[in-house]
Design a protein around this ligand. Structure first.
Ligand SMILES: Nc1ncnc2c1ncn2[C@@H]1O[C@H](COP(=O)(O)OP(=O)(O)OP(=O)(O)O)[C@@H](O)[C@H]1O
Ligand SMILES: [Mg+2]
Length: 239
């Protein structure tokens, strides 16, 4: 289980996260929705210790993390794979070289399986990032994370910047990955429609706080004004 207990983070005089808590079991998908700049990416970075929280606790499989403990954070980053908003690939290496970079050779044995999960064809692997589409770069970036066999996967805006078809492919990929690896996923997003299709739980952040937490069904019928605005936005987009 991955548990955040009352995480708070202030930058200067700006309280970005104010006592944010969530619980995620393996096999579940938790979507975190919220307006731009509300602190969604900061929340993911606190989990893996890239931004240490000011207060609150992160628990991963009954172990409390300490962002100051570098040795422990290396193991945390192995258990919790963060897939960044922009595909984090090295331009001067092919996709294959990117996937192999810094990886123990025995882990590469599983590469074929992960390529299948994300539907990334093997011929693409000899190309450089600049020679493939943004969607393909994103897939390669997910495979890079999967190769480390995380128990929890943190996706930062996986469908942003993708066309509707690639969006569906990405959602199918997240479903596949959760089913096959039985990992737990936190997906940070603006994409309400994907949240409704995929989420076990939806969390809505506003002004640093959790203002809604529940199932997609309860999100759609919520009277909470921002939840309604998010859902109405989706309906408008649909028509
Ligand atoms: N390292 C940092 N130092 C100072 N301020 C930061 C840092 N990282 C993020 N912030 C600030 O924290 C706030 C939340 O940023 P964050 O990137 O989490 O937003 P977000 O919800 O992910 O937005 P978007 O949907 O646009 O990606 C912003 O005001 C941002 O400027
Ligand atoms: Mg962000």
């Amino acid at each position: 289980m991955l548990e955040l207990k009352a995480i708070s983070k202030t930058f200067g005089n700006r309280a970005v996260l104010r006592s944010v808590s969530l619980t995620l079991n393996r096999g579940q998908i938790c979507f975190v929705l919220g307006r731009s700049g509300v602190g969604k990416s900061v929340l993911l970075k606190t989990i893996v210790g890239l931004i240490p929280q000011d207060s609150g606790e992160v628990w991963i499989q009954s172990e409390k993390t300490d962002p100051q403990n570098e040795e422990q954070m290396v193991s945390v980053r192995q258990k919790c794979g963060l897939v960044f908003q922009m595909p984090a690939l090295l331009d001067s290496l092919t996709l294959q070289e990117n996937l192999e970079f810094g990886l123990k050779p025995e882990k590469l044995a599983r590469l074929g399986k992960y390529l299948d999960w994300v539907q990334l064809s093997r011929e693409r692997l000899s190309r450089y990032p600049a020679e493939v589409s943004f969607g393909t770069q994103k897939k390669a970036s997910v495979v890079r994370t999967l190769l480390r066999e995380p128990q929890f996967i943190l996706f930062d805006e996986p469908t942003t910047g993708l066309d509707p078809v690639s969006r569906q492919v990405t959602n199918q990929m997240i479903r596949n990955v959760v089913k096959e690896s039985h990992s737990g996923c936190i997906v940070v997003s603006h994409d309400v429609q994907s949240a409704i299709e995929l989420a076990s739980t939806i969390i809505l952040l506003d002004q640093g706080q959790v203002i809604f937490q529940g199932t997609p069904e309860s999100f759609c019928s919520s009277e909470q004004p921002l939840a309604r605005a998010f859902c109405n936005g989706m309906v408008l987009l649909d028509h």
